[in-house]
Design a protein around this ligand. Sequence first.
Ligand code: SAH
Length: 262
Amino acid sequence: MEQVPTPFGHTPFGKVWLVGAGPGDPDLLTLRAARLIMQAKVIVHDGLVDPAILALASPKARLISVAKSRSRHTLQQDEINALLVSEAQAGRDVVRLKGGDPFIFGRGGEEAEACRAAGVAVEVVPGISAAIGAAAAAQMPLTHRRSASIVSFVAGQCKGLTEQDWTGLAGKGRTLVIYMGLATADAIAEKLMADGLAPDVPVAVVENATRPEMRILRSPLAGLGQLVSRHKVKSPALIVIGEVAAQPADAPLAALALEAIQ
Ligand code: SAH
């Protein structure tokens, strides 16, 4: 009898699926991601993946957490790579579930490289990156015909913040979205102002975008560090810098969550 093809296909060795889990709300999974999660026998997930999404997995699935935090690593990146490869070489299909999109600051590129280097087939399923989810949830368009036609995504915490050249990424007509920027929020504001950005450029911090506990906080650039500490903003959060960060001025639902500081 002909076998019914599964989304995992039929390869002698397992395959690794790098799957984007989106920013939190399970409804923002792609259909492909949802199907893979429901059918997976092995799911290797990081800490950003919402428990409501993991709840979609079969009770029989093996869930392996490889959560990382800034100071504490349960598994180093090379150990994660090795885990994916060894599971696949043992003949098991692996869903590697990552917050947002696997190829935006998710180290998905390194995991795909490791799989390819070991001869393991890998496929990538895109997810809604935090910036896209936050923009929608906050009704804050990242581009706007009147105010922004360029948008940049940058990592605020990575090797050598001070060495990174952000010249021209923020300013008139531009939106800058900073991932992993909480710990360095003060330094980021200083750096941008030293590069000539006005201290009153609007900034929004979106914490837990798309989740029930989402908070949206706004301030001028000069107050960014203070905003983060005063409101005890916790990870995961994004910092949006540019004229669009002052939006929406008129959306009643989002306005409920807005706390402007002068
Ligand atoms: N691959 C992920 C990003 C991983 S880096 C993506 O595409 O979204 C981790 C950073 O993403 C966090 O430090 C935070 O800045 C951001 N982030 C992830 N989920 C978020 C959420 N729900 N709300 C706000 N920021 C989020």
